[in-house]
Write a protein that binds this ligand. Structure first.
Ligand SMILES: O=P(O)(O)OC[C@H]1O[C@](O)(CO)[C@@H](O)[C@@H]1O
Length: 248
């Protein structure tokens, strides 16, 4: 595991965008796993800058998003479809047919999960997976105490996650209770994983995930077993990390 400690959120975002841009330069046909939440927002903004300034080419890139709420249509402003379109997809030259996000409105959610997993396999697996981390250690929407064995599946969201995400909704009651998420197994099959965390409210969970016990009670702790993880945190989120972590 490599840990990059960036000065602040902007530097973190630049570093994350650089890692993704390098992946694209090395393999213009890369399969990228993408995340939502507030943390990767500026990473997407930096990638858009690179697209305009350096001609970073997404035309042959395939993307798979980690998750989507159940019951939100694609044009709902709180859906992850909407988030990705407005914050990233519409601003770069990704091809519509190579963009994948689980469909939370699918009539049969189990079939949707199986098809999503199969599509990832057909694409050859994920080359680089971008991840945020929830306050409770979740990655994707894999909540604490969920098995490390799951592939794409329907999850019941934790109260903590519902409370945390209610900032994007009119009230906690408006937050969907279920989501489709890639499972831990899906995530762990990615060749490279880039985990982002920003701000002091993530400091405790970051330390627990990276240096604590490996347990489904802290889903992100499984990343300690992945051979190719790059963690990019800002100084605030790095507060509880040991000194041997690297600074930039
Ligand atoms: O980046 P944020 O907004 O802190 O969210 C952290 C995590 O929580 C989620 O938004 C889901 O609750 C994930 O998509 C994200 O990785």
């Amino acid at each position: 595991m490599r840990i990059i400690i960036a000065k602040n959120y902007e530097e973190l975002s630049k570093q994350a965008a650089n890692l993704i841009a390098s992946q694209i330069f090395l393999n213009p046909r890369s399969v990228l796993g993408l995340a939502t939440g507030s943390t990767p927002l500026m990473t997407y903004a930096k990638l858009i800058e690179r697209y305009h300034q350096d001609g970073l080419d997404f035309s042959q890139i395939t993307t798979f998003n980690l998750d989507e709420y159940v019951g939100l249509p694609k044009n709902d402003p709180q859906s992850y479809h909407y988030y990705m379109r407005t914050h990233f997809f519409q601003a770069v030259n990704l091809k519509e047919q190579r963009i994948h996000i689980p469909d939370g409105m699918a009539p049969d959610l189990e079939v949707e999960c199986a098809q999503y997993e199969a599509a990832i396999e057909r694409a050859g697996g994920i080359d680089l997976q971008l991840l945020g981390i929830g306050n409770n250690g979740h990655i994707g929407f894999n909540e604490p105490d969920f098995s490390f064995e799951a592939t794409t599946h329907v999850v019941e969201l934790d109260n903590e996650t519902i409370q945390a995400n209610s900032r994007f909704f009119q009230s906690p009651e408006a937050v969907p209770r279920r989501a489709i998420s890639m499972g831990i197994k899906t995530i762990m099959r990615s060749r490279i994983i880039v985990l982002l965390a920003s701000g002091q409210n993530k400091a405790a969970v970051v330390a627990k995930a990276l240096y604590g016990e490996i347990t489904p009670a802290v889903p992100a702790s499984i990343l300690q077993l992945h051979p190719n993880v790059i963690v990019v945190v800002d100084q605030e989120a790095a507060q509880h990390l040991p000194d041997r972590a690297t600074s930039y």
